[in-house]
Write a protein that binds this ligand. Structure first.
Ligand SMILES: *Cc1c(COP(=O)(O)O)cnc(C)c1O
Length: 301
């Protein structure tokens, strides 16, 4: 079975290195065919289900996980049904439909769309692809680190964003299998979607009553257990930024590198713009430029 994700480049960011006085390298996951790192874990999960006899793909994500499932269905010639909340970005719905997905809108929030997806999956003897809480998904994301190990020397820290924590779980899995367990993880969330930060403070999993951040991609009410476990195994520095900082960072990134990413990615980039103290102890930082399609040119001008 052929992998559908691509090997992405690592580049040194001259503007970011100059601004921070550090060596800033970018792992350009925004170049994945579905526009985000989700291409790694979600496409692997899709292939896993299909090789186990499932004949269709079902997702309950109105974001990059849903689009990646739709894109994977298109590439492999299998039907994809994506259950999304009514609040889903219309541009993303159109992109899903363009690759042939059957997009069904259910309810105002993810839980309602997910409930509908589960019922549909039960009728069809199929499984719903979870956007972040599945070991196969982490296994796919971990390939990012397999590449980094070959592309550059060991960084002091990896900078990434956290929604449900699948990206962080995958990165940790990759670091571990290459013996890079002394690499720190700088984990960024937006205020109002800061379920990891709150869990670390509380010392146990915390469930947010509501997501008040506008950065919906990072809006998981609770991080997966594996992400919380990673905070015990690695030196994880949790930082919370504002939505405005995340959006501003997308504009700066566009100026710096002429590429458009969504605020879920901008959140990580934002700590490189304002001399954030979390960077103080590091000189070599690898940034996971996670990408994302829920943003368009008119959002940045
Ligand atoms: C999914 C996603 C995230 C968050 O990943 P989790 O695995 O939910 O922590 C961040 N940025 C982008 C662009 C994403 O698609």
């Amino acid at each position: 079975m052929c992998a559908l994700y691509i090997h992405t480049p690592v580049i040194r960011s001259i503007p970011m290195s100059e601004r921070t006085g550090k060596n800033i390298q970018l792992k350009l996951e925004n170049l994945q065919p579905s526009g985000s790192f989700k291409m790694r874990g979600i496409s692997l999960m899709c292939q896993h289900l299909l090789s186990n006899g499932q004949q269709q793909l079902i997702s309950s994500s109105g974001g990059n996980a849903g689009y990646t499932a739709a894109y994977t269905g298109h590439m492999l010639g299998v039907p994809a049904t994506i259950f999304v909340p009514e609040t889903t970005n219309e541009h993303v719905v159109q992109m899903m439909r363009k690759v042939g997905a059957d997009v069904r809108k259910h309810g105002r929030f993810w839980e309602e769309a997910h409930t509908a997806a589960l019922a549909f999956a039960r009728e069809n003897h199929a499984e719903v692809i979870h956007p972040f809480d599945n070991p196969v998904v982490w296994q796919g994301h971990a390939t990012m680190i397999d590449e980094v190990v070959k592309q550059t020397s060991k960084p002091d820290a990896i900078l990434l964003t956290v929604g449900g924590g699948g990206l962080m779980a995958g990165v940790a899995m990759g670091l571990k299998r290459h013996g890079w367990t002394d690499v720190d993880i700088i984990a960024i969330e937006t205020l109002g979607a800061d379920s990891l930060s709150q869990a670390i403070k509380a010392g146990h999993a915390v469930r947010l009553e509501a997501i008040t951040s506008s950065v919906k991609t990072l809006g998981a009410n609770q991080v997966c257990d594996e992400a919380f476990r990673v905070t015990k195994e690695f030196d994880v520095h949790s930082v919370v930024v504002t939505d405005a900082e995340a959006i501003q960072a997308c504009k700066v990134f566009m100026e710096d590198h002429r590429m458009l990413v969504e605020p879920a990615c901008g959140a990580a980039l934002s700590v490189l713009n304002n001399h954030h103290p979390v960077l103080d102890n590091y000189s070599n930082i690898m940034v996971m430029v996670c990408g994302g399609i829920s943003f368009s040119v008119k959002d940045v001008v």
